[in-house]
Design a protein around this ligand. Structure first.
Ligand SMILES: [Zn+2]
Length: 158
């Protein structure tokens, strides 16, 4: 087993779609970034890459590359899954914490979790997803969304 940790943060701004865990969430603001700025998939992809000893998301998919402009971040995750499979590794389990004051994620949590499981090709009971607020501190007031992710990889045949 190998474990990796990922973190990411994007600013919430008007005039952007809010995409989390690969799904669009109805909200008046979205995350600013070169790709779709899916902070959850970025943290998760970095955790997977880190567990496999591969370069991080920013090195593999530079935000100066026009190919990734407004790209769905599931593309980065898929490429990370391909890279780890080349090393004989697969995702066994993941756990994520999203940190945001708004919007409230409770109504979407199960859908987001199921979508993560679908993207990863693992059962939903191996995907943890929690949403936490900052209790009105830090980047409160809906200025940003942050995400932490842990990924556990298994070696094929182990
Ligand atoms: Zn990011």
């Amino acid at each position: 087993m190998r474990t990796g940790l990922g973190f990411d943060l994007h600013r919430l701004v008007e005039g952007r779609r809010l995409v989390l865990c690969g799904l669009e969430i109805p909200f008046e603001k979205g995350l600013l970034g070169h790709s779709d700025a899916d902070v959850a998939l970025h943290a998760l992809t970095d955790a997977i890459l880190g567990a496999a000893g591969l370069p991080d998301l920013g090195s593999l998919f530079p935000d100066t590359d026009p190919r990734f402009k407004d790209a769905p971040s599931s593309l980065f995750l898929r490429e990370a899954l391909r890279l780890i499979s080349e090393k004989g590794l697969s995702v066994h389990q993941v756990d994520l914490v999203l940190i945001l004051d708004q919007p409230k994620l409770a109504p979407y949590r199960e859908k987001l979790r199921e979508n993560l499981a679908r993207l990863l090709g693992i059962p939903p009971d191996r995907v943890g997803l929690k949403a936490k607020t900052t209790e009105g501190l830090g980047f409160a007031g809906g200025e940003a969304v942050a995400a932490w992710a842990v990924a556990v990889l298994a070696e094929d045949g182990a």
